[in-house]
Design a protein around this ligand. Structure first.
Ligand code: FES
Length: 122
């Protein structure tokens, strides 16, 4: 029996440099208790350090900073479990993209504080 995997497609863009978004595909080994957010952390750690997204502030479904469009529906990455064999399509949760899955938040903490937790190259 082969290793179980999760396939993740991520819509990527850098509005300052790209004409239009593109999709990247990652195959990630399944791990128990993976959430969409821990999956993004795994991809960042092991595959692509240029990936930008909002890493957790609370990690418990409270702050709403990890919002992302997951298979067509906006949800909290930290509170969305990932089953073995899943195929995910992740897009930014709003049209106000900073880079990749990191978007400008409204109604949340002040932006400079939030920007301290999103990951980007550099
Ligand atoms: S990190 Fe706070 S809701 Fe997900």
């Amino acid at each position: 029996m082969g290793e179980e995997k999760v396939v993740v497609h991520i819509e990527r863009s850098d509005p300052g440099a790209d004409v239009r978004p593109h999709w990247d595909r990652f195959e990630v080994p399944y791990q128990q208790r993976h959430s969409v957010l821990t999956l993004l952390n795994y991809i960042y750690e092991y595959y692509d350090r240029t990936l930008s997204y909002r890493n957790y502030t609370c990690g418990r479904g409270i702050c709403d900073s990890c919002r992302v469009n997951i298979n067509g529906k906006v949800g909290k990455g930290c509170a969305t479990p990932v089953p073995p064999g899943a195929e995910l399509y992740l897009k930014p949760c709003s049209p106000h993209v900073i880079k990749d899955l990191a978007t400008v938040l409204t109604g949340g903490p002040p932006e400079p504080a939030v920007l301290g937790v999103w990951r980007a190259e550099g």
